[in-house]
Design a binder for this molecule. Structure first.
Ligand code: AP5
Ligand code: MG
Length: 212
């Protein structure tokens, strides 16, 4: 099963992706996670990505398309299927993905579109905390870890309010044509994201059952 998960920054893509991966065993391909790993390792691509991510801007399409193509070409994908998270983010990336999938002999089965009221997103992102050791995402209020110790968690650099505002503007402007593209192909399942995490996941599972 080959899926995309879409939604504004803070919509809950990563949170739901972790649950989908656990339940269905697909490979999670998050371009944001790939860029953050490259940034942590200070690779050439990481240094370039950081100059965009820290401002809330998108990394240039040619860089992003390249890392996605490379990952989708790996052996495990045909066996496990994939869940793309955070890609495509421009209509050009969507067209590139169409071509990459044809080239690799893969087909997209569905698009999970998490819809949220943008007014809740600043609170979600400013309260997001990530466990240093496991990389698991929590929220100080909405999804607190059982054994919270401040030093074990960090916050993302791009979750500062001024960067969040720019990320939201960029993603709102770019997102509509992408969803329209997949609606035309009849692939989109809309999910109400303003519910508890487990209720969102119950709806995601129903949508996936309908796709399979
Ligand atoms: P990326 O890492 O993809 O960030 P994003 O799209 O901004 O999305 P987030 O990861 O911030 O949010 P999410 O939807 O995963 O929410 P989460 O589950 O964590 O990209 C980062 C940057 O990299 C981009 O800005 C760009 O610069 C670059 N980049 C990445 N991909 C690119 C591409 N394709 N092209 C170009 N550039 C690219 O949840 C958020 C918080 O809310 C958490 O604390 C969580 O616990 C909580 N939460 C989740 N669900 C709920 C719920 N139902 N109720 C209450 N709280 C909830
Ligand atoms: Mg994410």
């Amino acid at each position: 099963m080959n899926l995309l998960i879409m939604g504004l920054p803070g919509a809950g893509k990563g949170t739901q992706a972790a649950k989908i991966v656990e339940e269905f065993g697909v490979a999670h391909i998050s371009t944001g996670d790939m860029f953050r790993a490259a940034m942590a390792n200070q690779t050439e691509m990481g240094v370039l990505a950081k100059s965009f991510i820290d401002k809330g801007e998108l990394v240039p399409d040619e860089v992003t398309n390249g890392i996605v193509k490379e990952r989708l070409a790996q052996d495990d994908i045909k066996e496990k299927g994939f869940l793309l998270d955070g890609f495509p983010r421009t209509i050009e990336q969507a067209h590139s993905l169409d071509q990459i999938l044809v080239y690799l002999g893969l087909e997209l089965d569905g698009v999970i579109n998490i819809e949220v009221d943008p007014s809740c997103l600043l609170e979600r992102l400013s309260g997001r905390i990530i466990h240093r050791e496991t990389g698991e995402t929590y929220h100080k209020v909405f999804n607190p870890p059982a054994d919270y110790k401040e030093e074990d968690y960090y916050q993302r650099e791009d979750d500062k309010p001024e960067t969040v505002k720019r990320r939201l503007d960029v993603n709102i402007a770019q997102g509509e044509p992408i969803i329209a593209h997949y609606r035309e192909l009849g692939l989109v399942s809309d999910i109400q994201g303003n519910q508890d995490i487990d209720d969102v996941f119950a709806d995601v599972k129903k949508a996936i059952a309908a796709i399979k």
